[in-house]
Design a protein around this ligand. Structure first.
Ligand code: NAP
Length: 315
């Protein structure tokens, strides 16, 4: 077997990096993220920064996982006593099958982003996206306001349920696929039977969305359009540049995406003097809530989690 030779320079780099690394011992507890892909995730950075600050001998790793292996992998990680798991795209709904119990929120949303170990090698499924999404909105009064949500996938479910909790008046969900939009609206209407909030679906392929955009107090992008190099046929701006021509400066734009920072859509919003919110606070808050659920500690160093993620984004 041919062995590689490490040049002197790289060896120095290695030594200086390893000096800053956490020490993993035989007692270190493991936690992690399941998704596909996970190599660009900020979660290992911000979680490990939190554990170091909290003095927890825990280590968080990103685990790439195909849909076909999800059940086997979650079972195996429970057997080797992982302290907890986060779940991301595209498994938040599929992972319900690996849960023996669900929290009320996860059951309502029918999506799980946090697995908590239970007795008998079982997993309890929870969802911290809803509270994470609401965290950056807590200083804005959205009672009886009009909201537009673009996209009707997994995170849109947490967004709609969260907006219902803060008593908005009306949500218009914009989708591009008639079938998934109809299913989404029907499911949400069933869940929100007792609520005064109105929820409607608009297919952007059949109807003009401009009137809904113009009357909105808050618009949430819950699609991946604008993320890294992901674009749709109109470019990197949800619904295309033309849609935003008459956007009011009073409208708040909230993009669930946190990389790039800002997205092209939020740049456009800033040019129109709108208040803009990106997805980093949501990411940090949902992660901090997961740590609370796994560790039982209420005091999670949110500021350290955010600054470690920001530093990493700048590299
Ligand atoms: P998802 O379940 O895959 O749903 C994506 C939605 O966007 C679907 O309705 C999909 O429509 C629509 N969509 C996808 N590509 C589109 C395109 N090119 N044009 C128009 N619509 C498109 O994903 P998700 O879990 O909801 O995540 C959505 C975004 O939120 C991702 O960028 C994710 O990173 C971000 N997110 C951020 C956080 C955070 O903590 N900040 C948390 C969760 C999610 P179809 O059904 O027609 O495909």
């Amino acid at each position: 077997m041919r062995r590689g030779v490490v040049p002197e320079q790289s060896l120095n780099d290695y030594e200086s990096t390893s000096a800053q690394m956490i020490t993993i011992t035989g007692k270190t507890n493991l936690v992690g993220l399941l998704g596909q892909p996970v190599n660009h995730s900020l979660s290992p950075i911000m979680h490990n920064a939190a554990y170091e600050e909290m003095g927890l001998d825990w280590c968080y790793i990103a685990i790439p996982c195909d849909k076909k292996n999800l059940k086997q992998i979650t079972t195996a990680l429970r057997l080797i006593e992982f302290k907890g798991l986060n779940v991301t795209i595209p498994h938040k709904q599929e992972v319900l099958k690996a849960c023996n119990k669900l929290t009320l929120i996860a059951n309502n949303i029918q999506a799980v982003n946090t697995l908590i170990p239970e007795e008998n090698n079982e997993w309890l499924g929870a969802n911290t996206d809803l509270e994470g999404f609401l965290a950056p909105l807590k200083h804005h009064d959205l009672i009886k306001k009009n909201v537009v949500v673009i996209g009707c996938g997994g995170s849109a479910r947490a967004v709609v349920m969260g907006l219902n909790n803060i008593n908005v008046k009306k949500i218009t969900v914009i989708g591009r696929n008639e079938n998934s939009l109809n299913i989404f609206i029907q499911n949400m209407q069933k869940l929100l039977q007792k609520s005064d909030m109105v929820i409607n679906g608009i297919n952007s392929k059949n109807l003009s969305v401009t009137p809904y955009i113009e009357e909105a107090d808050l618009i949430v992008n819950a699609t991946p359009i604008g993320m890294n190099s992901k674009t749709n046929e109109e470019g990197s701006i949800p619904l295309g540049q033309e849609t935003w021509k008459n956007l009011s400066s009073k409208t708040i734009l909230y993009d669930l995406i946190y990389t790039p920072r800002p997205t092209d859509w939020l740049k456009l919003g800033k040019q129109k003097n709108c208040l803009t919110i990106d997805g980093l606070d949501m990411l940090v808050e949902q992660g901090a809530l997961s740590i609370q659920l796994w560790s039982g500690f209420k005091d999670v160093p949110i500021k350290i989690m955010k600054s470690s993620a920001e530093k990493h984004l700048m590299v």
